[in-house]
Ligand binder design. Structure first.
Ligand code: KIV
Ligand code: ZN
Length: 501
């Protein structure tokens, strides 16, 4: 069995995609989960991009215990300095240097000749190497580059000290056969490549990111770059969970293994969706709500007779909880803690106290709480940022042919403030009342409301995306009362804005 490395770029390429931005706390929580998932390398960000990006890469470098931490850098000394300063505290630091190598990118984006690009690779990979042993070089738009020139770029990067060569299909244009042939060509035409890891980095514009990545691995790539839930620029990157489960389920065919603990997949996927507020499509492979559901009678009959008739994987292999136990309003903190641990959520004492308060409030409204309820509570734990505004309560007057009036009460420091507003609907009226209290003028870019558990007393989760000063902030709220969930989400988003102004 060949052991391949999993390079996760959820926090860099993934976070770059619209609606997926995360704050420092959220990135750290995700990075810890990626560490527990067993990825080999976390690309923690693009340190030069902003002071916030730098701080997150630096904090992740100091936090994760097992994996290598990489920061992206263009071929400039300033980028490389920032990348190194951000990752140097990591146990295993990596600098990831890139430059475009396709004619179209060199001519129109870089305005550089082939010779200038080669010189830049030689200079900047060597500069990065002066700080760090572990250097990844990426040839952006590699799949649309001239193959002979690409091989020359790779050879130059190797001579300057690169230890990993990444071959991105940046615009998701290639087919699996082409990616297989390209990796094979590079292996045959690049002196020194046998001492480097070849890496695949495929985008999903034509829906082939995962198959293209697997083709690269079959052609000899030693590393695969991917994101949880396949988030990323445009149509996204190759989905980590799909690659990992393809390798595991078709071990007989691929003859490869990786260090991922597949039972952490579901939790990683849920956590990311919860943090970003980007829902997972029900039919999404591996982690979608329907991925393991058998609806038709014929399938159900087959599965009951012998699960292998229609099941190629077990839901437990990816860590989907089995809904085995219910808790109720008489359950104590110990029972809640035990259940959280069984579901894979290690919580601190403070977190447990906070979840327990919400557990009790929910148990007062719902007779019994199943695994999905407990998981929803765990995922929506208040992340430790300053809670400037604490929602205390609301009263709504609503109905057909009448004004929607909301009165909202919020604690600010030691003071309790209350405001009343009229809106086109009860939720909008509530948001306006919150605005009157906080004075923060954010735009409501997106709002969604979903039932996250089943049944008549399902928990509703509201997600808001708030725009402020060119940045987007995600707020979440959870309650069996949809208006309360919406106000909680709105206040949660406003608190994130308040934390940075
Ligand atoms: O898609 C791409 O080419 C990239 C590189 C910067 C690695 O993300
Ligand atoms: Zn990319």
């Amino acid at each position: 069995m060949r052991k391949i490395k999993v390079f996760d770029t959820t926090l860099r390429d993934g976070e770059q995609s619209p609606g997926c931005s995360m704050n420092l706390e959220e990135k750290l929580e995700m990075a810890r989960q990626l560490d527990a998932l067993g990825v080999d390398i976390i690309e923690a960000g693009f340190a030069i991009a902003s002071p916030d990006d730098f701080r997150s890469v630096e904090a992740i470098s100091r936090t994760v215990e097992h994996c290598t931490v990489a920061s992206l850098a263009r071929c400039t000394k300033g980028d490389i300095d920032a990348a190194w300063n951000a990752v140097k505290g990591a146990k295993y630091p990596r600098i990831h240097v890139f430059i475009a190598t396709s004619d179209i990118h060199m001519e129109y984006k870089l305005r550089m000749t082939r010779e200038q690009v080669l010189a830049s690779i030689a200079e900047h990979v060597a500069y990065a190497k002066s700080f760090c042993d572990d250097i990844e070089f990426s040839a952006e738009d590699a799949s649309r580059s001239d193959w002979a020139f690409l091989a020359h770029c790779c050879e130059t990067a190797i001579s300057a000290g690169a230890t990993t060569l990444n071959i991105p299909d940046t615009v998701g244009y290639s087919t699996p056969d082409e990616m297989f042939a390209l990796i094979t060509y590079l292996r045959e035409h690049t002196p020194g490549i046998e001492n480097c890891d070849i890496s695949a980095h495929c985008h999903d514009d034509l829906g082939m990111a995962v198959t293209n990545s697997l083709a690269c691995l079959r052609a000899g790539a030693a590393q695969v770059e991917c994101t949880v839930n396949g988030i990323g620029e445009r149509a996204g990157n190759a989905a980590l969970e799909e690659i990992v489960m393809a390798l595991k389920t078709r071990r007989d065919y691929y003859q490869m293994e990786c260090g991922i603990d597949s039972r952490q997949i579901y939790k990683s996927s849920k956590l990311l969706s919860n943090i970003t507020g980007v829902p997972i499509s029900p039919s999404k492979s591996i982690v979608g709500a329907n991925a393991f559901a058998h609806e038709s009678g014929i399938h159900q009959h087959g599965v009951l007779a012998n699960s292998l008739t229609y099941e190629i994987m077990k839901s437990t292999d990816v860590g989907i909880p089995q809904n085995s136990m219910v808790l109720g309003k008489h359950s104590g903190k110990h029972a809640l803690k035990d259940r959280l641990i069984q579901l894979g959520y290690e919580v601190t004492k403070e977190e447990l106290d906070e979840i327990f308060i919400r557990f009790k409030a929910l148990a007062d409204k719902k007779k019994s709480l199943n695994d999905a309820d407990i998981e929803a509570l765990a995922l929506s734990k208040t992340r430790s940022f300053v809670e400037t505004y604490k929602f205390l309560g609301h009263v709504i007057t609503t109905g057909k042919d009448t004004s929607n009036i909301a009165s909202v009460k919020i604690r600010v420091g030691d003071e309790t403030r209350e405001e009343v507003a009229i809106g086109t609907g009860p939720i909008y009226a509530s948001f306006k009342a919150v605005d009157l209290i906080t004075g923060i003028d954010a735009t409501l870019d997106d709002f969604s409301l979903d039932a996250v558990t089943e049944g008549e007393d399902a928990i509703g989760e509201a997600v808001v995306k708030l725009g402020y000063n060119g940045e987007q902030y995600t707020g979440r709220g959870l309650s069996t009362d949809v208006i309360e969930a919406s106000i909680l989400a709105y206040v949660n988003g406003i608190n994130k804005i308040a934390a940075v102004i």
